[in-house]
Every structure is written in C-alpha cells, then in structure tokens.
Design a protein around this ligand. Structure first.
Ligand code: AMP
Ligand code: ZN
Length: 194
C-alpha cells in the first residue's frame, strides 16, 4: 500500500482514530482540563484502566520534542490523580506502549490486578507486563535528556510472543486462564505486592 493510500485509510472514521471519538464522548470521558482529557479504556485490561490524552494534536511519542516535557509531566500527574480517585490503595502503572495500535498519544493508567474479561490473549498480557510497556517516568527522563523519544522496536514483536509469566512472582503459566487464577492469589496493593 502506498503511504498516501495508507494515510487516507487511517483518516477520520478509521478504527485507529477511535480515541479521538471517545475523547468527545461524555460516556467515556472521566476528566478534562485545559491540556488533556482522561477517558475510560473501552476494552479495559484490568479493574481500572484509563487513558490520558493531550488536547494538542500529537500522534505518538515520536512526535514529541523538548518543549513537550511539561505536558508529559502533566499527563502523568493527571494519571496519578485518576488512579488515586479510583482506588488509592491499589497498585497502578503509568506508561506507553512501544508500538501503539491507536492514533493520538495516550498514557495508559492501569491497575495491576489485570482482573478483566477483556484481557484475553498473550499479546494483551505481554503488552502490559514486558518492556513493551514503557513507564511514563522513563519517557519523561529521555525527553529531558535528548529532546526526543527513540524507541527500539526491533524486539517488540518478540516481546509480545514471550511465554506467559506472572508480573509479581515471575512464575510461568501455560494458559491465560491458568495465569488469571494464579494472579488472583496475589494482593496488589501499593504497600507491598505479595
Ligand atoms: P495502544 O496499544 O497503546 O494503542 O492501546 C490502545 C488502547 O485503546 C487499548 O487499551 C484499547 O483497549 C483502547 N481502545 C481501543 N478503541 C478504543 C476506543 N474507541 N475508545 C477508548 N479506548 C479504546
Ligand atoms: Zn505470581
């Protein structure tokens, strides 16, 4: 497919622009200020799963420069705020996917119980529990240091195919149902995961 063709196919209405539609949807929007909007993830992979998006048109991490450091810090702050509101005792992570599927920059705010019927595949699991998920703090540090974000995507596909492994005790499990039964035994609180 030529790049102009691909751009056309990803225009308004294409599934990959769905986050923009959800940003405008009062049913999906949970918070808003002058710089960003927080929405519920439509297919949550944990008990609490939100996305924080800038209002400014920024497609992905690749489009950021040194001037965006404060914006990214603000996005993370808003993420922490919504996590505290949801459950201030539960452990959350705040980060970005190395290779996002959806257009428009979005920070994942996800509780670490991963207790959700929408979490169905190895790809889902590995996208939130391997290095495919990059913590917001790391992204901000890199942007401060280099003025741009460089992500080595050469191992991304391999990461998504990794064997299933518990994110808390590293136990290997052979199926998603077995993994889900196992992680339900862990207590995922901010003080200490056991
Ligand atoms: P990523 O792989 O970082 O692009 O993740 C995109 C996220 O957006 C996934 O967690 C999806 O469940 C979520 N998602 C997909 N479509 C929508 C939508 N229309 N509104 C809200 N969230 C969505
Ligand atoms: Zn475990």
């Amino acid at each position: 497919m030529s790049s102009s063709n691909s751009a056309k196919k990803k225009g308004p209405g294409h599934w990959s622009t769905g986050l923009l539609t959800s940003m405008e949807d009062p049913e999906m929007r949970v918070d808003e200020d002058d710089q960003c909007v927080t929405i519920k993830d439509k297919y949550p992979k944990a008990r609490y799963h939100f996305l924080v998006l800038p209002k400014e048109k920024i497609n992905s991490l690749k489009n950021l420069n040194g001037d965006n450091v404060e914006l990214l810090k603000h996005i993370q702050f808003k993420g922490q705020e919504i996590a505290d509101k949801a459950d201030k005792h539960l452990l959350f992570r705040f980060g970005y996917h190395a290779v996002p599927s959806m257009g428009h920059l979005h920070l994942h705010v996800i509780s670490q119980d991963f207790n959700s019927p929408c979490l169905k595949t190895k790809k889902h699991w590995n996208s939130f529990t391997t290095e495919y998920f990059i913590d917001s703090e790391r992204i901000i540090k890199q942007l401060e240091k280099k003025g741009r974000i460089e992500i080595d995507t050469s191992s991304s596909e391999t990461l998504l195919k990794k064997d299933l492994q518990c994110h808390i005790c590293s136990k290997k499990l052979s199926t998603i149902p077995a993994l889900k039964s196992h992680i339900a035994l862990h207590c995922v609180s901010r003080k200490k995961s056991t």
